[in-house]
Design a protein around this ligand. Sequence first.
Ligand SMILES: [Zn+2]
Length: 253
Amino acid sequence: MVILLILFLLGLCIGSFLNVVIYRLPKNESIIYPSSHCPFCNHKIAFYDNIPLLSFIILGGRCRNCKKRISFQYPLVEFICGIILPLSFLYYGFSLNFFATSLFLYLLLPIFFIDLKHQVISDKITIPGIIIGFAFSFFLETFHWLGSLIGIAVGGGILLLTAVIGKWVFKKEAMGMGDVMLFMMVGAFLGWKGVLLTLILASFLGSIIGGIILTIKKKKDTVVPFGPFISIAAAFSYFWGTFLIEKYLSLFR
Ligand SMILES: [Zn+2]
């Protein structure tokens, strides 16, 4: 129990850091300097007001200085990050898989929130992600480096093809390079089966939820980013992909 609590607290700190990444990366600001400040009044946030989760509750979700409401996204990101480490631990124990899983999820999380807000998927996350995923494949017993390499190629290839055909058919950008890079990262961690499953699930999720959003908003220039759906689908495929693919294939046996 103690170990789970320690991992949870450690995860909260990672969440605190990822909040900074989500806020500053799209603005091309340094994620190390300067220290945290209120997005409204620029007031420097003291360390005792910067405790993950707790400070948000104590301050009632408002800045101590200007009393403006702070986005619920901050404690949400911290909480999700908090439970990633204990969950990975329960799933894998202290193994290399524990680190690979946690890292993969910590890469997907900022991609999810940044794309949701800014409609952009940063290379600064996906390129290191591709390298990290590929590097892990050399050491994981459950995965082979060739599987990772094929995953990268399939993820990139299919998406690039979709982007080209999409542009040709719809006469506009259907898929950005950011999406292609993200699929390469997913392929590096999941292999070609996982990346295909992610594509199917993400398209399915995207067309349903995206359709609902477009119907509600009714504005023609409303953009529904694909990255959040890819991120969710990838996380799902990571844990339940093998099970789902086995079940599907057994239908034909
Ligand atoms: Zn403020």
